[in-house]
Design a protein around this ligand. Sequence first.
Ligand SMILES: Nc1ncnc2c1ncn2[C@@H]1O[C@H](COP(=O)(O)OP(=O)(O)OP(=O)(O)O)[C@@H](O)[C@H]1O
Length: 516
Amino acid sequence: MPESLNSALQRAESEKPVTEGLEREMRMEEKWAGWGSALASAMFLWAVVRQYFSTIFGDSLGAYAAKLVALVYPYIEITFFEYTGERLKRSEAYAAVESYLAASGSTHARRLKADNDREDSGSALVLSMDDHEEVTDTFSGAKLYWSSQIIHSKSPSFSFYPSQPDRRYYRLSFHRRHRDLIAKSYLRHVLDEGKIIGLKNRRRRLYTNNSTYDSYDYRKRGWSHVPFEHPANFDTIAMDAEKKREIMEDLIAFSRGKEFYLRIGKPWKRGYLLHGPPGTGKSTMIAAMANLLDYDVYDLELTAVKNNSALRKLLLEISSKSIIVIEDIDCSIDLSGKRKKESQKSEEEKKLGGEENTDSKVTLSGLLNFIDGLWSACGGERLVVFTTNFVEKLDPALIRRGRMDRHIELSYCDFQVFRVLARNYLGIENHTLFDEIRCLIEERNITPADVAENLMPKKITEVAGSVEVCLRSLIQDLLASKLKSAKGGDEMMETPAAAEENYGDDKEKESASSST
Ligand SMILES: Nc1ncnc2c1ncn2[C@@H]1O[C@H](COP(=O)(O)OP(=O)(O)OP(=O)(O)O)[C@@H](O)[C@H]1O
């Protein structure tokens, strides 16, 4: 049925506010479009005039014009380029601004880009402002305008040379009356906040220095990395409870010690020497440290470092909040400062070490400089951890207090350590077989790694059903070792005194055989 005139009029009346609103919006849009095109025309005209006059009058006109513009245009602009000059490393300021804007911008910006393949985020999904997007920020009453910009490369489509990458940058604009506030406080605030946000969002990494040094490809010169995913933590480390508590307190105090280190005039870093027989948990402890402090791990393979200056370069690429690890430091380098002669190397060393070993010219003094020379202060908040099975073989200069601030011995299993492992692996606090194990474990030397091996249930889905089997397997091992030592031929486990002696002897034999 056709609509009556009256009802049509009534409907039109009721919709009036809506259509009025729409009209108002359209008028505004037209107005904005008008402003936009006027601005674009003005900029185009300005570019033409500048081009024309500068060819006639030279650059001086440009300088005068800039002064003139500054008089009428009261805004100051600061740009943060992603890569500057010849630097191949991403600008830290740019990264901080990006994180800062991603946090505030993701709630304000209308166009965001998502990226899960970024260098500094592992595979975590990162949201950031899309190109040519703008957001505003306020700080102590000042209004600030941020925009993300991109300069597309002008490489010709047909060229023998690799095309130049696009250049991204952020631009900050603000009224010139806020110049002091921005320079003195706002920029610091953005960089600090951005750094904190970036660190929080980042996925931790395990780095290793590449042995394949390539002077043409900068990406192959320094560190390569994988996500750090070791699950060890201080709850699962089996060691004396008091000692464990002390270490944890020391680490936490260090990580909160920025002001303290500044006050005493020392670089913010700390050295740990972890020593003890193989299988006592040195590597596990490093992973637990990294997880406790939320640090990255840089596993430094000294034999793959060409010389002292290459070592210094590696140092400069290490970020803060990191643990630099040199495992088995006694085997990594000839600490007398002289390179081993070819004849002194074992067959295995010659085969495995190949080129890199023979090429490594890192000296003891180079290493000492790496740990606490002037360059070592760059970056801050770093732990340096050495591990060794033979602490007595290390040069005293390398491990003196102040350089290696804490010496931590990880040793054989006692009953307390066994109980921690039994809790971790089998979920038990007590058992009727514990008394027997206590007697055996206290007269034998067995490493936590060996105990752990015995306590590992055959079927990890049926731990409860495996408890007795595992404990009996450990008792068997301890008894077998006791029997062996009674017969005089001890291999795996020894009495504590014999172990001390054999430990050094074995190493002597090893090095003698390798030098022949
Ligand atoms: N104190 C410990 N607490 C918990 N687990 C341990 C401990 N010590 C060793 N383990 C277990 O034994 C295995 C070997 O330990 P780890 O590699 O940390 O020993 P290490 O002292 O670094 O040995 P190496 O000197 O041969 O490198 C680890 O996988 C870990 O599960």
